[in-house]
Design a protein around this ligand. Structure first.
Ligand SMILES: [Zn+2]
Length: 280
């Protein structure tokens, strides 16, 4: 296979692998999207349980007042019944006091009881609101989970399709090169194959040893950058870049042979320059 074809395949693979890696990361991130909602739901449930405990406590107090009220009522009623049987003023006064005391207690306990009953009704109302909020949140979470699962499945399907393309491109390629290439792409965030420009790796911007730059330009085999491990390839500079580097390359497109010769000469000069830079 011609090196240009190999590089072309590697660039294609780079594209596929970056997409695949992004999708894989997305799939890993997906469960985190639910965390906030799940935590909120847990807090709501905890509050609901606490409210329920409060309700039980208030209900006990309410029960106590209900008992006390009954006792006071009974005491008053019994005292009132005894009223018919009294004979002396002293007895009357004692009984009258008993009745008034019991009635006073009765009134006090009734007030307390009403207070507790109102409190219970309030708590009950709050619990109802919380319960419906919990129900809504659970429903929302379930819907969101379904949506997210569909999204994950869709991403997994896209990965599967990319892997199919990847397999096609991988045919006839050196497995060792492919292994290194994928590892570089995973480590270097998407770039596994880069051009050299002016003897510099455009991946890590290091000046390459002259013999490396040479090998890359010859394009006879796959060369890995000694600094960042990316695969290097040589690309003839575009017009803009030539302007930038102020190359005097006025070769005419109408005569490609001449142009190639000119470029070849330029390259030779550039190599010498880089070699000198490097030696320094
Ligand atoms: Zn490099």
């Amino acid at each position: 296979m011609a090196m240009e074809d190999v590089f072309e395949k590697l660039r294609g693979l780079q594209n596929i692998l970056s997409q695949k890696i992004t999708l894989e990361q997305d799939i890993q991130e997906i469960p985190k999207l639910l965390t906030t909602q799940e935590e909120m739901l847990l807090r709501l449930k905890k509050t609901f349980i606490e409210k329920n405990q409060e309700y039980e406590r208030v209900r006990l107090v309410e029960g106590e007042y209900r008992g006390l009220l009954l006792e006071a009522e009974t005491a008053r009623e019994q005292a009132e019944m005894k009223m018919d049987a009294i004979t002396t003023q002293r007895e009357y006064e004692a009984l009258d006091k008993e009745i008034r005391d019991a009635a006073e207690k009765e009134q006090q306990y009734r007030k307390e009881l009403q207070k507790e009953e109102r409190l219970l009704a309030d708590i009950d109302e709050q619990m109802k609101q919380q319960a419906s909020l919990i129900e809504r949140q659970e429903q929302e979470l379930a819907e969101r989970r379904t949506g997210i699962e569909a999204e994950a499945a869709e991403k997994a399907e896209r990965i599967r399709m990319l892997e199919e393309q990847e397999r096609k491109l991988n045919e006839d390629m050196d497995p060792e090169v492919l292994f290194k290439f994928e590892r570089i792409i995973r480590n270097k965030m998407g770039k596994g194959i880069v051009t050299i420009r002016g003897g510099v790796c455009t991946g890590c911007h290091m000046i390459l040893p002259a013999q490396f730059a040479n090998e890359v330009r010859l394009g006879e085999e796959i060369v890995f950058c000694p600094y960042c491990s990316r695969i290097l390839f040589y690309e003839e500079a575009t017009q803009g870049e030539e302007d930038f580097f102020a190359h005097d390359d006025s070769g005419s497109l109408s005569d490609l042979d001449d142009l190639e010769d000119d470029e070849y000469d330029d390259e030779e000069e550039e190599e010498e320059k880089v070699a000198i830079d490097y030696d320094e």
